[in-house]
Design a protein around this ligand. Structure first.
Ligand SMILES: Cc1ncc(COP(=O)(O)O)c(C=O)c1O
Length: 369
């Protein structure tokens, strides 16, 4: 046991494992993209991105290409969107908890961020309505599929209720869906864009579907808003990283995405199952989401445990590093919440990690070590 514990386990980052990165195929696609489009990919270009990829993604979404903006990952596109759609001091509503980097983006722009609690099937709609009436937000930021950090997917009924509120109060729904295609079981729920295209800006990314280092994300919505985002993008970097976009284009053109998704699902499904089994076994007094895809399971610690103390004991006594839960909370109390990312660890490490977490919870509830 002592030697096992000497190995530190990081239960912190929602990144793909190295073995999920298709280096060889990316190399081939890169060579082909350069052979076919080298002078474009290596040159300054419009800030909207590599035109063939823009057109392909827009066509797949059934949208005109001017509704789609390619950028260096979706988080920066969220930043551009918030910059053009909102002024300092205006309100954004988010889920609570939510994606920590989205909160950082909103705070950097000095926006007022109001959290609405998550339930097992998505936002608490009554609390959302109350927040809308009280704070008159312009924008709702949501990760409706396999949410980061809880793993929760919003039900169709919840989405319809949110759409009704957004339409009635003229709130822009920003749906951030980088995990949507990583469904390991069950069936898709309609996206917000499908339910209310006029009130939705959709963000997504190839970071979890192919490779984060390529830095290719996109935004899809009202062309007028997309044009304003593109202007901010141009002022920020002139042209996004086109080579990555050329690689993604070639990867899609060759039909590699579907097999890659199958490989990722085969890799991640047993990891999710190992985590859920570990929680049943080790932390039966906790409660957690039961995601059918994505990268994360959100855990509510058993009563009497505080995540700050649990994280300290886990690190100091058991060599387990867990995330700072405060980062996921726009407001409210993070003390019972732990985000458990499961894709970057193998089944054995996941079993170990949950056991160590349970020991830390036990110690912490008994008054610490
Ligand atoms: C909900 C969500 N949005 C956006 C991102 C970042 O995506 P990108 O790498 O495209 O910037 C992540 C990454 O973890 C995420 O979880």
């Amino acid at each position: 046991m002592a030697t096992e514990l000497e190995r530190i386990i990081k239960l912190t980052r929602g990144v793909p494992p190295d073995e999920a990165l298709p280096c060889e195929l990316v190399g081939e696609c890169c060579a082909q993209a350069l052979a076919d489009h080298g002078e474009v990919l290596l040159q300054y270009n419009p800030a909207t991105g590599f035109a063939p990829l823009r057109e392909l993604l827009a066509e797949q979404a059934g949208a005109p290409s001017d509704a789609l903006l390619l950028g260096n990952g979706s988080i920066q596109l969220l930043f551009f969107l918030a910059r053009v759609a909102l002024s300092e001091g205006e309100t954004v509503v988010t889920e609570r908890p939510t994606y920590d980097r989205a909160l950082t983006a909103f705070r950097t722009l000095r926006l007022n961020v109001v959290g609405v609690p998550m339930e097992d099937d998505g936002l608490n709609v009554d609390a959302l309505e109350e927040a809308i009436n009280r704070h008159r937000p312009r924008l709702l930021y949501t990760v409706p599929d396999f949410q980061n950090p809880t793993g929760i997917t919003a039900s169709t009924a919840k989405r319809e209720a949110v759409v009704e509120l957004a339409q009635r109060h003229d709130v822009l729904i920003v749906e951030d869906i980088p995990y949507r295609l990583l469904r390991y079981k069950g069936t898709d729920v309609p996206s917000y864009r499908e339910l209310t295209p006029r009130h939705t800006m959709q963000l997504s990314s190839f970071s979890k579907l192919l490779a984060p280092g390529l830095r290719v994300g996109w935004a899809l919505g009202d062309p007028a808003l997309v044009a304003r985002m593109a202007k901010v993008a141009e002022d920020a970097y002139i042209t996004p990283g086109l080579l990555g976009q050329g690689v993604v284009y070639e990867f899609l053109r060759r039909g590699h995405l579907e097999p890659n998704l199958r490989t990722l699902k085969a890799l991640y499904t047993p990891r999710l199952e190992a985590l859920l089994r570990g929680l049943e076994r080790e932390l039966p007094e906790g409660t957690w989401a039961h995601p059918q895809g994505g990268f994360f399971v959100g855990l509510s610690l058993p009563p009497g445990a505080d995540v700050r103390d649990v994280a300290r004991v886990a690190r100091e006594s058991y060599g387990l590093v867990v995330s700072d839960s405060g980062g996921f909370f726009p407001d409210g109390d993070p003390s019972r919440f732990v985000r458990l990312p499961f894709c970057a660890l193998d089944e054995n490490e996941i079993g170990q990690a949950v056991a160590r977490l349970a020991w830390a919870v036990d110690d912490s509830r008994k008054g610490g070590r």
